[in-house]
Design a protein around this ligand. Structure first.
Ligand code: GLN
Ligand code: ZN
Length: 756
């Protein structure tokens, strides 16, 4: 009964990879020094995995930047603009990722996209119709040798050919990606042959697209691929994760592969289906320890759940992580200070390896003392969690009625009342919330965190910044102001730090892309808001002007998606608890005289399940969470929301059901095309389609914005339109922001003249 690690995080428990990479990029270290750090990381991680009892160590999970990029390099699929004449080497990879030509000049980086429904971003392969795949980069093979020379049995881990194609984008003239499959399979066969020559026994080929609802062409591609690779001299472990694949069971079970890995964390029910269909010589790897959370596994319950299958299959069952541990922080041991109530609930990547071993212990020697201790720990942890429950929060959720989710009156009534109250001009102008987080502001925060500034000094300095931000908006002539969010480090962390039931680690970093890591909050208990979180700042800003200042909050769905959330209760319930906390803040803001309140939901779309058939269920509870957070106010109070993306065609009904009085969205990059969704659907409430792209430092011209607003006015009645940038301005400088907003206001005035 082997233990199967699908992949280990590469950043290092103290983010060694990040620091080594950035040093190298700054030209402060040599490539040899960078390589020294990275081989040390691999050695350590393999050693941990072997020490926990993993028979084969994953190889190929390490990447200098991104494992999909490493694979593209291996396959000779590197864009011409980054590649140049020479061979593909490490610097070529960095050029693709960081946007450089071989000459050192700028050459747009390859696009980066979220890997399925995770927060990990991969570099999208760019394939042209005449792409020819061949082995062009040796990192995978070198690392196999490296692991072997350290005495480990190496199990290469690669994205499978069909998922690779699926994730790629086509460049040049339009063509069917699948036409490249036969050639791609030849290259994969060559790769597998190289591994076989190195003495590799098993290769893990990841086909995460199996969790999607694939059309018949892609299903046929899976069959074609694994039939073609069946002559390889290695055993293939066909690996799925992030969701169940029972809907493709017949397809998968018919494949000539040596083993199949299924994710039982996201889809426990598929165990019996795949166990029953298993061929005599096949192994089944079951992903039972969640690779993408931070919580200790209930290993006793896992052992119970898979016990019968384990007895049936014996050695043909492997016990694995659900997916690669890439999405988990590295090591709990480096957390020096953590509340004990939180600590005992946690397991990071290194600890998860031990959980695999514990499951095996429970299955193979249930009567042993060690097994009894394992069970004891699980029981104690569950007991402690039950004790820690907040009965008030639970009762409040239970007492909710449908009325709590609805505003007092319909939008049309609210709109009239709000117009009466605010008397905003046609095409009111506003911004999305944040203004430049200058080095001076970040400096204040770090001095305050170190204790070099007292609370009072820090507050006073930030008030100065806020005053300046309000002044600038007044001079620009913006209609609905914001306080600027200078006091916020991050839009989720700021709230997480003030909510009960939410905790933070010091080193719980997870790779987002390249050298960038995020440290999500941990929602470990019932969530509540002990006291007001933003009211002081909003009141202060409002005291400086007669114009309305928008209150600024992060919505429940976004807080949930950008955190590690507990798994002992449903995500819908956690969202409801968060919504109640935000609702309390909304009501407090209103009572403090803040009449316009924005509840940001930039992550709303990220929660959409991989399977389309599961979308509606998600949308139902996510929309409800937002509505609950917003509905505690009187008609006069105007609720805004903001989403920073531009795909609404498939969710527009749900977005409308959120019933925000005003929604601001990203549109300028798509030249208002997304408003097509709003044209067909007739979105009932007010909309601020972003009129300029804040991701660019360029100053948008008055004409360009006039044009975009006119375009918007063709699709949405002009009385419903607002004028605003695409997103928050925190990453920009004042030198960029002021001329851009000046032009935005000028463009608006021009249109008011024309349309008014
Ligand atoms: N209010 C936030 C800001 O302006 C919204 C950020 C976002 O949409 N991601 O920064
Ligand atoms: Zn945004």
């Amino acid at each position: 009964m082997q233990l199967n690690s699908l992949g280990f995080p590469r950043i290092g428990r103290r983010r060694e990879l990040k620091f080594a990479l950035e040093k190298y990029w700054r030209g402060e270290s040599t490539q040899a020094q960078l390589r020294e750090v990275t081989s040390e990381l691999r050695r350590t991680h393999w050693q941990w995995q072997a020490a926990a009892g993993t028979e084969q160590v994953p190889v190929g999970d390490f990447a200098f930047y991104d494992q999909v990029l490493t694979l593209s390099a291996t396959l000779n699929a590197i864009p011409e603009r980054h590649r140049g004449e020479g061979v593909i080497d490490l610097d070529t990879l960095f050029r693709v990722a960081r946007g450089r030509a071989p000459t050192g000049q700028d050459a747009p980086a390859s696009e980066m996209t979220k890997y399925f429904n995770t927060n990990y971003h991969y570099l999208v392969p760019e394939l042209s119709q005449n792409q020819v795949f061949s082995i062009a980069y040796d990192q995978f093979f070198d690392e196999v040798s490296e692991a072997q020379s350290l005495g480990y049995k190496a199990k290469p881990v690669l994205l499978g050919p069909v998922s690779y194609l699926y994730l790629a984008k086509t460049v040049g003239q339009d063509f069917d990606k699948l036409s490249l499959l036969p050639n791609l399979l030849t290259a994969y066969a060559d790769i597998l042959a190289r591994f076989a020559a190195q003495g590799v026994q098993w290769v893990q080929l990841d086909e995460p697209i199996l969790a999607l609802e694939l059309d018949s062409e892609w299903q046929a591609a899976i069959t074609e691929a694994y039939q073609a690779l069946s002559t390889a001299k290695v055993k293939i472990l066909l690996t799925s994760y992030y969701g169940g694949i029972a809907h493709h069971q017949a397809l998968v079970s018919a494949l000539p592969v040596a083993g199949v890995h299924v994710d039982l964390v996201t889809a426990p029910d598929q165990l019996a289906i795949f166990a029953n269909a298993l061929g005599q010589d096949q192994i089944l790897s079951v992903g039972v320890v969640n690779g993408r959370n931070v919580w200790a596994a209930e290993v006793d319950l896992i052992a119970e759940r898979i016990g019968a299958v384990a007895r049936d299959l014996g050695d043909r069952l492997w016990i694995g992580t659900s997916c690669s541990l890439l999405h988990s922080p590295v090591d709990l041991e480096v957390e020096a200070t953590l509340e004990p109530a939180l600590r005992q609930q946690l397991a990071f990547a290194k600890q998860k390896l031990l959980e695999l071993a514990n499951v095996r212990q429970l299955l193979l020697a249930p009567e042993s003392i060690a097994a009894k201790e394992i069970v004891q720990t699980c029981l104690a942890r569950r007991e402690a969690k039950a004790q820690a429950a907040d009965s008030q929060v639970i009762a409040r959720v239970a007492a909710l009625t449908s009325a709590d989710y609805e505003r007092v009156s319909d939008f049309s009534v609210r709109q009239a009342v709000q117009q009466q109250k605010y008397r905003l001009p046609l095409l009111p102008t506003t911004t999305i919330g944040s203004f430049p987080q200058t080095p001076a502001i970040r400096g204040l925060r770090s001095r305050w965190r170190k204790g070099e500034l007292s609370d009072a000094q820090y507050t006073e300095q930030l008030q100065q910044v806020t005053r300046d931000t309000i002044d600038r908006q007044l001079k620009l002539g913006i209609d609905v102001l914001v306080h600027g969010e200078a006091e916020r480090n991050d839009m989720v962390e700021y709230f997480g730090e003030q909510l009960a039931g939410v905790g933070f680690t010091k080193n719980g970093w997870v790779q987002s892309y390249g050298s960038r890591c995020v440290k999500p909050p941990l929602i470990y208990g019932d969530v509540s808001r002990p006291k007001a979180m933003t009211v002081d700042w909003a009141e202060f800003a409002q005291s400086l002007t007669d114009k309305p200042v928008k209150g600024m909050l992060t919505g429940p769905v976004t807080i949930l998606h950008w955190s590690f959330a507990r798994e002992d209760i449903g995500r819908d319930v956690i969202a409801t608890q968060l919504a109640l906390a935000i609702r309390d803040e909304v009501v407090d803001l209103q009572n403090a005289g803040i009449g316009i309140i924005q509840i940001d939901e930039p992550a709303f779309r990220e929660g959409l399940p991989l399977k389309h058939s599961e979308w509606q269920a998600y949308l139902d509870w996510a929309v409800n969470a937002f509505k609950l957070s917003a509905a505690g106010v009187i008609d006069e109070t105007q609720i805004h929301t903001h989403m920073c993306y531009s795909e609404f065609n498939d969710t527009i009904a749900a977005i409308a059901a959120m019933d925000a009085d005003v929604i601001t969205i990203e549109t300028s990059r798509s030249r208002m095309e997304l408003l097509n969704a709003f044209e067909d659907f007739e979105y009932p409430n007010e909309i601020g389609p972003g009129v300029y792209d804040i991701h660019s430092p360029n100053t948008p011209s008055v004409e360009a914005m006039v044009h975009l607003i006119e375009k918007a006015a063709q699709k949405v009645p002009v009385r419903q339109l607002w004028v605003n940038p695409d997103c928050g301005l925190k990453t920009r400088t004042w030198d960029e922001v002021e001329p851009a907003l000046k032009n935005m206001v000028d463009a608006t005035r021009e249109l008011r003249r024309r349309l008014g």
